[in-house]
Design a binder for this molecule. Structure first.
Ligand SMILES: Cc1ncc(COP(=O)(O)O)c(C=O)c1O
Length: 421
């Protein structure tokens, strides 16, 4: 076997070096005697809500009548932002009038997709108090997305505190009508001016807010899905479990194609070879929602609420987690099994054919739950169990009522985070 020469380290760099040892113990002693604030100077600054500065707009917008709101079209008066540099960390956050960003055309976000985002809502309860729903979950997911693409992370509780201040300032934009809310879009981008492919040396975090109406203004409307396997949304070892802008743009063409055939969304399948060598088309997500399937188990005859597991191809939805938690708490005592496991489109079709498919629904911040009427798969339409004239199954209806009850503060629950009032 060929031997490679092992370079000898210079004396000063070895651990056993007798000259270095006293210096190291001196540093240890010194480190403990340095006051906290001086010691942390060497550390990069974290996002600091106490350093927030606010510049109010001089041209306040008119609040639109609730019935005219279109998702993501109108924005509030201000935005929250903070810059980060690799040498300093997070600079003091700012609330400023809502405004354009000015970025050099060579900025890395435009070339290599250094962008991740979040989506959460602020709700006004019956007393006029403003509430967020499980913001800690969005903050944790933002950090997971950011760190996957070499962007900096934030202290989640500090960003929540800043968002709370921002939302309190924009309170007049949140309609006091049930079903309405203020959609919040935290976004992080790499801002280094370079065409070099590498970790961004600077970043911008900003949060904008858009007042939104209920997803179903006239009550539930069940959707039709097109099972899609010719295009793949996410794959093992990929980034489908992160909320990166780069995951969304490639889904638009398949979605448009499904729409031309009369379907509202794609049901994203992931094909894998099963143990018997057959291709298994696993159900993953519906459009930009997680998927739940209620069926009677063929073997046990027990009712089951199924959802695919978080195996890296599924976005860990805040609503998904809430549905699972509430199902465990409230449906299990009624005899349901709540199961996170892979399931295939073939299983769904078989359950439908055998009358065991009870209902299917998507879950997400936008609609809470979105009932599915049917799925186009292999030249047939799989019926998802809704009765004629029915727009939602009982589990979807109950989940929506339970989750909205918490979001709008009807039910006192630790998931509801009071911003003001
Ligand atoms: C791909 C995808 N899956 C699932 C969800 C649902 O996640 P959440 O419940 O956190 O809104 C979203 C929405 O953000 C999404 O974009």
């Amino acid at each position: 076997m060929q031997k490679f020469p092992v370079p000898s380290l210079p004396r000063a760099a070895t651990r056993t070096n007798t000259l270095r040892r006293p210096l190291y113990s001196q540093w240890q002693r010194l480190k403990h005697s340095i006051p906290e604030d001086v010691a942390t100077l060497a550390k990069l600054a974290d996002l600091n809500p106490s350093k927030l500065s606010t510049t109010n707009t001089t041209t306040p917008k008119e609040v639109m009548p609730p019935e005219e709101l279109v998702f993501g079209r109108s924005f509030t008066d201000h935005m929250l932002s903070a810059e980060w540099t690799a040498s300093q960390g997070w600079l003091p956050p700012k609330i400023t009038p809502y405004q354009n960003l000015s970025l050099d055309p060579a900025t890395c976000v435009f070339h290599y997709g250094f962008e991740c985002f979040e989506g959460l809502k602020a709700y006004k309860d019956s007393t006029g108090a403003v509430r967020l729903f499980r913001p800690d979950k969005n903050m944790a997911r933002l950090n997971q997305s950011a760190s996957r693409i070499a962007l900096p992370t934030v202290d989640g509780s500090c960003l929540t505190a800043l968002i709370a201040k921002f939302v309190a300032l924009e309170e007049r934009f949140i309609p006091s009508v049930r079903g309405y809310s203020l959609y919040l879009r935290p976004t992080m981008i790499g801002t280094q001016r370079t065409l070099g492919v590498g970790p961004p040396g600077s970043a911008l975090l900003y949060v904008i807010a858009s007042p939104v109406g209920p997803y179903y203004p006239t009550g539930f409307k069940a959707i039709s899905l097109e099972a899609t396997s010719y295009a793949v949304r996410a794959w093992p070892g990929g980034v489908g479990d992160k909320k990166l802008g780069a995951n969304y743009s490639p889904c638009i063409v398949p979605q448009t194609q499904a729409a031309t055939r009369g379907f509202h969304q794609n049901l994203w399948l992931f094909s894998e070879q099963g143990e018997n060598g057959e291709t298994e088309e696993q159900v993953t997500e519906a459009g930009t929602m997680n998927v739940f399937c209620a069926m009677v188990n063929k073997g046990t005859g027990k009712k089951e609420l199924l959802t695919p597991p978080l195996d890296g191809t599924i976005l860990p939805g805040v609503t998904r987690d809430s549905v699972l938690e509430l199902a465990k708490e409230r449906l299990v005592p009624e005899g349901w099994n709540v199961v996170e496991r892979k399931f295939t489109m073939k299983e769904v079709a078989e359950a439908s054919d055998e009358g065991r498919l009870l209902e299917i629904f998507g879950s997400g911040t936008a609609a809470v739950v979105s009932p599915v009427r049917n799925i186009s798969w292999q030249s047939r339409l799989v019926d998802c169990g809704l009765k004629e004239g029915e727009e939602a199954g009982p589990i979807a209806k109950r989940m929506k009522a339970w989750i909205e009850g918490i979001q709008y503060g009807d039910e006192d629950h630790p998931w509801s985070f009071k911003v003001s009032g």
